[in-house]
Design a protein around this ligand. Structure first.
Ligand code: P6P
Length: 363
């Protein structure tokens, strides 16, 4: 990639070495998503054409969702308006359903997927009648953090792509129940002050920002690495009385700061949308935690394994971080059912290792 040029475009948005510039005016709109993936493929990364296409399909759906989110109530549709109760037992917002529909409509017909699963759908969704069966299974949380919609706080879409394990016929639910280690791609979009699209196909984690003027996701950070040390933790502290002792002691020690056992001060952040908290952790380090708790004996964990926690654990590992349940590497968990919930702690490698020490001491 060309270094910064006198008066030219910053190096990180040049298409490639030697791209002609018109005078000193930068005429580049940067490296688009499909261009980046194609360049990776040409550079030797094993990324199949149909996987590149599928990532583009998901990105297109995210652009459509971003456009709706960006207009909020201006569209006259109360996006936060309530719908039914979904399979999670949570009240669906209109935007949950709109986002789910956009993900299905942008991917099912392509011949790149064989089936889809979503937080908003109790059962797996087959591809539309007449559409060819593709080589991938697509799982997603179409709109994570929807309680943030009516207060204009960040929300996002999370997706996971698994390979088929059978070569013919429509997939059954069991075919989706693969451990996170088997993902061939995972990523998310955050609809925040800007819209970012972050993904990995096993060749590093890369961040794209939506340029609304050209309707494209443009490369803004490549090969993101999560700092090994952390000074931020992200947890809903109102659940403290329900936590397991290891988590309780770990957070107490972080809060004790430089006078306490950790010997350093920590900051706390909690956006209420895991996708946004995860983006902060991936962008600048820290740990995100939604541990098991005793708040609801029927629901010891909150976050969903297949389409929330597995994608984030995959991205964290690709960026040099770690993801754990407190007792097991998240990506090794053998799923038992589609909407399985799991304890989730992920982020800076050294801090996760410290957190695991607390769990070992309390085991
Ligand atoms: P709480 C959003 O509903 C979500 O699934 C995650 O995105 C978020 O981190 C968590 O729940 C927030 O949960 O208990 O703080 O409302």
């Amino acid at each position: 990639m060309a270094g910064a040029r006198q008066g030219g475009c910053p190096a990180d948005i040049l298409f490639a070495e030697g791209t002609p510039e018109v005078g000193d005016t930068c005429m580049h709109h940067g490296t688009t998503l499909i261009q980046f993936l194609t360049q990776q493929q040409h550079g030797g990364a094993a990324i199949a054409d149909d996987l590149i296409g599928l990532i583009g399909d998901v990105a297109r759906a995210c652009k459509m969702i971003s456009d709706i989110v960006d207009h909020g109530d201006l569209r006259g549709e109360a996006l936060a308006g309530h719908g039914d109760i979904n399979v999670q037992g949570e009240t669906q917002k209109r935007l949950d359903l709109i986002a789910n529909d956009l993900m299905l409509r942008n991917t099912g017909w392509t011949g790149r997927v064989a089936g889809m699963a979503s937080e908003e759908m109790e059962h797996i969704s087959p591809v539309p009648e007449g559409a060819p069966l593709g080589r991938y299974l697509l799982l997603f949380d179409p709109l994570d953090g929807s309680s943030n919609i009516d207060v204009d706080a960040s929300i996002g879409t999370i997706f996971s792509i698994l390979p088929r394990t059978r070569r013919d016929g429509a997939p059954a639910t069991e075919e989706f129940l693969q451990p996170g280690r088997r993902q061939v791609c995972a990523g998310y979009a955050v609809y925040g002050p800007s819209t970012v699209f972050v993904f990995s196909t096993g060749h590093g984690v890369h961040v794209f920002t939506l340029d609304r003027n050209i309707g494209e996701f443009v490369l803004t950070r490549r090969d993101v690495r999560i700092p090994g040390q952390a000074t931020e933790f992200s947890i809903n502290s109102s659940n403290a009385r329900f936590w397991e002792p290891a988590v309780r002691e770990y957070i107490d020690d972080c809060v004790a700061g430089s006078d306490g056992p950790r010997g350093k001060n920590f900051n706390m952040r909690w956006i209420g949308a895991m996708v946004a908290d995860a983006h902060r952790v991936i962008s600048r380090g820290g740990v995100f935690m939604y541990p098991r708790d005793r708040k609801d004996p029927d629901k010891p964990s909150k976050l969903r394994l297949m389409y929330e926690v597995n994608p984030m654990a995959y991205l964290c590992e690709q960026a040099g971080g770690l993801g754990t349940t407190g007792y097991q590497d998240i990506l090794e968990v053998e799923p038992e059912h589609l909407h399985q919930r799991i304890a989730a702690m992920f982020g800076s490698r050294e801090e996760i290792r410290t957190l695991l020490e607390y769990h070992r001491r309390h085991r």
